[in-house]
Design a protein around this ligand. Structure first.
Ligand code: B3K
Ligand code: ZN
Length: 866
């Protein structure tokens, strides 16, 4: 029953080039579940109709199943007609049309992989994407086999809530006291969208009237005691439903839409048709138990899963190589939603920051792959930042090239043409081509080529002719080598403004760079022109543009594009850190940063856009610094970064307290963009204040007086970093006392795990021994092990830190391979670090590859081991 494999036996590769349509149609699928913690019986009846006369048998998938019975048209299939190899089961010579009846027995309680049907805190729930359905029954578990599902769930009285996809059909009390509930989903779907829930749950209901006047019942199910934390998710859902009607013309299609929150979940959430299943951390929130960022994440994820109802469910993927068809498009849709209802500039800065720090890293590392990959061992490993975030950037570029109105027409055409079908990325782009008449041949390279291209820009002003000469050049990603890639079509947006007044001299334009280089001569009749380029990150490329400090400063202070301003400030921080390490050519980087920060804080406009200013005051993340200083010495960079932060804090010592007070929000707590922005800037000011002197009293007062978790958490976190030992310990204990919910506990665990002053390896170990920690709960594991290895540079980047992670990963692999394969990532980044660190990391990867590993972990370690 184990998923483990010896790494010596090479697992089978699945290739896009080998795609073949399934030779049968599945006309309907009737499922019956008799729920039992260790012996659930699943009966499946599916009607198959052959569509390819060249075959005579039928191939199904199954994993870890106990086969009870397999019948074709009511006749038991004899063993000699069955061939089971790994996850495939072949039934030889079946009729052209037939009813397949399969009975399997499964053990939800021992399912710690959290794929298929499992138990979470006593609640039955499912996760079938990508290949979890094969852990329930033998079935064509592939996204291009769509069927109409009817599901009957039978359970005893301890599971009063029994749910599945679609609309409820009937409910009966059986003679043995068990209840039988049947659901029917009228929309054809692949089995990865199947879901079932059984438990003793509380529910909050509401109603939504669609634009065509249909009533939809909304229900959020949670574990008992959690009902006081569902209002925000419900309100977010309604906002998302309205927005999708207005912005994409998409209306909801069933009578009920349900969300269920579960404690044990591998990812954020899952878009099962009509029955979304969520990680409880992505649903539950109130002012005492969620921070501003948790509220924002909940709103975005609720929207994302809801948007999948069209981009993913009504129109689905032909095969898993098309994953970005639904994920890239849906991330694009949820980021537009967030931008429309909050601040577009802030959302874009956050997205660009995430893309650059995390996706660019993936794109240049051992697991890099195109947005449309061509092969995989384990599809679960391909739910990546490239599929999601870069995929969204590619859709965004299509919108930039087409403009909003043609883009909307293209999206309408795509949904209309392919409703009820399983399609490809090409089909999506074809719809965009059809409405615009544009040729997307070159553009498709964004889907097929791997890595992040470089865009080198230079500009020179000829003051005699008053001409600004601009040159742009694209280069393939540095690690794929010249000549191995074809040029991309890169939309490069630019604007020219006056360096001293900020006045716009040439309004925003777009260059479509389709060759290697392009030159532009812009006539600028007056002013001191400065070029703002790749505005809003108009393409997911690495910009190389050497500018003097004075220009960076002008961009930082005057550019009207948030991303360009933020980017200029990031460049200034990086320069200052380099200078601190003795690597810089310029001398005044630190001075310039201080001037810019002072300029931002003193600018009266700051009051209008505190969230943006808070983003700009945040120093670059470790990943960004490591990429800028290759090969990186993480401990040395950490010290330099701290030193710059301390210098800024002291240089502007007088500013922090007034800024903290001016931005502090009073009155009732509301998790809305304006007050979130103000709180964010006030907290940033407070953290500089604590760095520049004793803030014990302010921190304690804030902790005690706050009416929300955001400020309490900030006070605790800042105290852990910079307060006296006494206050630091006090607020840590007090925060733990408040941690009555798992979500707040995770905040405490992760803050403790990354706290450099106290979190040595011994402390990390103690955290994993906390009575509420469990290796089988992915949220707890991410809070301790994930946070430690990604953010505790001091303790993690050492021989013993690497060894600790390798052992934790190995332990996890036997329980939950998906989580193990994700958590090993920091060790896979060895090539970015200086030799001593790299060698130690590689040593751990060699150790891992010599062990019995799951397919998931094997694929990642094998690619990364060097
Ligand atoms: N589609 C799911 C992800 C499933 C991951 C499977 N290992 C959630 C989402 O992207 O919306
Ligand atoms: Zn998604």
């Amino acid at each position: 029953m184990s998923d483990a494999r010896n790494s010596l036996t090479a697992p089978a590769v699945t290739r896009l080039a080998d795609y073949e349509a399934y030779p049968y149609r599945a006309e309907f699928c009737r499922l019956k579940f008799e729920l039992d913690a260790t012996r659930t019986l699943v009966t499946q009846e599916t009607r198959f109709v052959r569509v390819d006369s060249a075959v005579s048998g039928i191939e199904l998938f199954g994993k870890n199943l106990t086969r009870v019975s397999i019948k074709v048209d009511g006749e038991e299939v004899t063993e000699d007609r069955l061939v089971e190899i790994d996850e495939t089961l072949l039934i030889r010579s079946v009729p052209k049309e037939f009813l397949l009846t399969v009975i399997t027995q499964i053990d939800p309680q021992s399912n710690t992989a959290l794929e298929g049907l499992y138990l979470s805190n006593g609640m039955f729930c499912t996760q079938c994407e990508a290949e979890g359905f094969r852990r329930i029954t033998y079935y064509p578990d592939r996204p291009d086999v769509l069927s109409i599902f009817t599901t009957t769930v039978i359970a005893d009285a301890s599971y009063p809530v029994l749910l599945s996809n679609g609309n409820p059909v009937s409910e009966t009390l059986l003679s043995d006291g068990r209840r039988e509930v049947t659901w029917h989903d009228p929309f054809p779907k692949p089995c990865y969208l199947f879901a079932l829930v059984g438990g003793d749950l509380s529910v909050r209901t509401d109603c939504f009237v669609t634009r065509s006047g249909r009533q939809v019942e909304l229900r959020i199910y949670v574990e008992k005691n959690d009902l006081n934390r569902v209002d925000y998710a419900l309100a977010s859902l309604k906002r998302a439903m309205r927005w999708d009607e207005e912005s994409f013309g998409r209306e909801y299609d069933l009578d009920i839409f349900m969300i269920v929150a579960v404690s044990h979940f591998n990812m954020g959430a899952m878009e099962n048709k009509g029955l979304n299943i969520f990680n409880s951390s992505c649903v539950l929130a109130n002012s005492d138990a969620a921070t501003d960022s948790a509220f924002q994440r909940i709103e975005a994820i609720v929207a994302h899963e809801y948007f999948h109802n069209w981009s993913g469910n009504r129109v689905t993927c032909r095969d898993w190589f098309q994953l970005s068809l639904k994920e890239g498009f849906t991330v694009f849709r949820d980021s537009e939603f967030t931008s429309d209802i909050n601040s577009r500039a802030v959302k874009r800065i956050q997205d660009v920051n995430f893309l650059r720090s995390a996706q660019f890293t993936e794109d240049s590392g051992p697991t890099a792959h195109p947005v449309q990959p061509t092969e995989y061992l384990e599809i679960s490993n391909f739910y990546t930042l490239t599929i999601y975030e870069k995929g969204a950037e590619v859709v965004r570029m299509i919108k930039t090239l087409l403009g909003p109105s043609l883009f909307r027409k293209g999206s309408d055409l795509y949904f209309e043409r392919h409703d009820g079908e399983a399609v490809t990325i090409d089909d999506f782009v074809q719809a965009m081509a059809a409405v615009s008449g544009r040729d997307f041949t070159q553009f498709m390279r964004w889907y097929r080529q791997v890595g992040t291209p470089v865009l080198a820009v230079s500009s020179q002003f000829d003051s005699g002719r008053r001409v600004l000469n601009i040159e742009v050049e694209q280069r393939p990603p540095s690690d794929v080598g010249e000549g191995t890639q074809e040029p991309y079509l890169i939309p490069v947006s630019y604007q020219v403004f006056d360096q001293f007044t900020g006045q716009i001299l040439i309004p925003e334009q777009l260059i479509e760079l389709d060759g290697k280089t392009a030159q532009l001569e812009l006539s600028v009749p007056h002013g001191d022109p400065i070029l703002s380029v790749l505005r809003g990150l108009s393409a997911p490329v690495k910009l190389e543009f050497e500018r003097p400090l004075s220009e960076l400063m002008a961009i930082a202070l005057y550019d009207d594009d948030g991303v360009s301003r933020w980017d200029a400030i990031q460049a200034l921080y990086i320069n200052a850190i380099r200078e601190n390490m003795g690597h810089s050519t310029s001398e005044d980087s630190l001075e310039t940063v201080i001037q810019v920060v002072q300029g931002l804080v003193n600018n009266p406009k700051t009051i209008d856009d505190p969230a943006c200013v808070a983003e700009m005051l945040a120093m670059p993340q470790d990943n960004i610094l490591w990429a800028a200083m290759q090969p990186a010495d993480p401990q040395y960079i950490l010290e330099a970064r701290k030193s710059i932060r301390t210098s800024i804090a002291f240089a502007l010592k007088e500013l922090w307290e007034p800024l903290f007070r001016a931005m502090k929000v009073s009155g009732d707590y509301v998790p809305e963009a304006d007050s979130i922005g103000r709180r964010s800037l006030s907290i940033t000011a407070l953290s500089y204040l604590a760095r520049s002197g004793n803030a014990d009293e302010i921190l304690t007062k804030l902790f005690d007086g706050a009416n929300n978790l955001t400020e309490r958490f900030a006070a605790y976190r800042i105290a852990r970093a910079d307060a006296s030992t006494e206050v630091s310990e006090l607020l840590s204990d007090r925060f733990l006392e408040l941690a009555t919910t798992d979500e707040v506990l995770d905040l405490w665990l992760s803050t403790e795990a990354v706290n450099e002053r106290t979190a040595d390896l011994n402390r990390i170990k103690v955290l994993t021994e906390h009575p509420r920690f469990a290796w089988t709960n992915p949220n707890r594991v991410r809070a301790v092990i994930g946070a430690f290895s990604a953010r505790n540079v001091k303790t993690f980047h050492s021989a013993s830190g690497y060894r600790f992670l390798a052992n934790a990963v190995l332990k996890l692999d036997s329980m939950n391979p998906q989580i193990a394969a994700r958590l090993v990532n920091p060790l896979c980044q060895w090539s970015r670090f200086s030799k001593d660190y790299a060698d130690l990391m590689k040593q751990e990867l060699s150790f891992l590859i010599s062990q019995k590993l799951s397919k998931d972990l094997y694929e990642i370690v094998d690619k990364s081991k060097g």
